[in-house]
Design a protein around this ligand. Structure first.
Ligand SMILES: NC(=O)c1ccc[n+]([C@@H]2O[C@H](COP(=O)([O-])OP(=O)(O)OC[C@H]3O[C@@H](n4cnc5c(N)ncnc54)[C@H](O)[C@@H]3O)[C@@H](O)[C@H]2O)c1
Length: 288
């Protein structure tokens, strides 16, 4: 199977690696050679970790690596593809532009998936005109080679057979697949998790418990690998405010960011990337 992945960033290179590890030929497409090189460097690093952990032999790793190629030419990337997964930045116009180009060059029976984390599938698909039914959301998680979930999202016009093929593809990559049947902001995962993190932030602001104790309670009480506050710091609090503002617009006030959270963002306490968020970090990004 030929899998074309558009965008060689954090998610794109991980999805290409995943496909190569499942035995597919993966083609990464990005807009510059530098971006492709960064993507390949990330794949090399990740494959080396798999070998070190004894989860792949050196031969399996080399074979997977040999199955990933890169190009800046979109027509070449999508030619003959069985599956096209788009993982370009989260900008509606950009994604629509990319899908218009894909439609021009991709085989008529290729499966189309967008890895958007919160944009409307229906709006992205509108760029495909009469072919809007071909696109669904294929939401992988970071890092794609480790996280077990693939959340499929149906746009208003997505045909059931497209979801069925996407399910087969996700399972072929070794993922457990869930389906968000309505194109609803936040899908299943981000919508549920945003409420949980907001409630943790409210508890912190009310002085109910310290950040450490809130994170520890959720980690040990519910077997979460990371607490919602520390994970918020890792992903960036500005990104989180942006996400919950969108969710509040769609689902109501329960998603409204707190005043404290807005103040943190205004003060540049964005999490690990600025050295401070709910926790403080040193120059290496380690928690103080
Ligand atoms: N990072 C995460 O944790 C995460 C998790 C789930 C979903 N997502 C979603 O996945 C998508 C990609 O996110 P990311 O974190 O990998 O972003 P990223 O910024 O790491 O990578 C995006 C890549 O796309 C490239 N690009 C830009 N325009 C392009 C074009 N026209 N054609 C091909 N490539 C192009 C960029 O050069 C860059 O290399 C976004 O929609 C994001 O919301 C991200």
């Amino acid at each position: 199977m030929k899998v074309c992945v558009l965008g060689a960033g954090i998610m794109g290179n991980g999805i290409a690696q995943l496909a190569a590890m499942a035995g597919d030929d993966a083609v990464l497409r990005d807009i510059s050679d530098e971006a492709l090189e960064r993507g390949f460097a990330a794949i090399d690093k990740s494959l080396a970790r798999f070998v070190k952990a004894g989860r792949l032999t050196a031969e399996q790793s080399a074979a997977a690596r040999a199955r990933v190629t890169g190009t800046t030419d979109l027509a070449e990337a999508v030619a003959g593809a069985d599956v096209v997964i788009e993982a370009v930045p989260e900008i509606l116009d950009l994604k629509q532009q990319v899908w218009r180009e894909v439609l021009e060059h991709a085989p008529e029976d290729a499966l189309f998936g967008t890895n958007t984390s919160q944009l409307s599938i229906t709006r992205i698909a509108s760029a495909l005109g009469d072919s809007a039914w071909r696109l669904c959301g294929t939401h992988f998680f970071n890092p794609p080679v480790m996280m077990r979930l693939c959340e499929l999202v149906a746009g208003l016009q997505t045909r059931p057979e497209v979801l069925e093929r996407a399910r087969e593809f996700g399972e072929h990559l070794g993922k457990t697949v869930v389906v968000c049947r309505k194109d609803s902001p936040g899908f299943i995962t981000s919508r549920a998790y945003a409420i949980l993190r907001l409630e943790c932030i409210r508890m912190l602001e009310e002085g109910v418990a310290t950040a450490e104790d809130i994170d520890t309670a959720l980690k040990l009480g519910f077997n979460f690998p990371m607490g919602p506050l520390e994970l918020g710091d890792m992903n960036g609090l500005d990104t989180f405010v942006h996400a919950v503002e969108g969710l509040a617009e769609a689902h109501g006030d329960r998603f409204r960011p707190t005043v404290g959270l807005r103040n943190m963002v205004a003060a540049g306490r964005l999490g690990r990337k600025t050295g401070a968020g709910f926790y403080e970090y040193d120059e290496k990004g380690e928690r103080r």
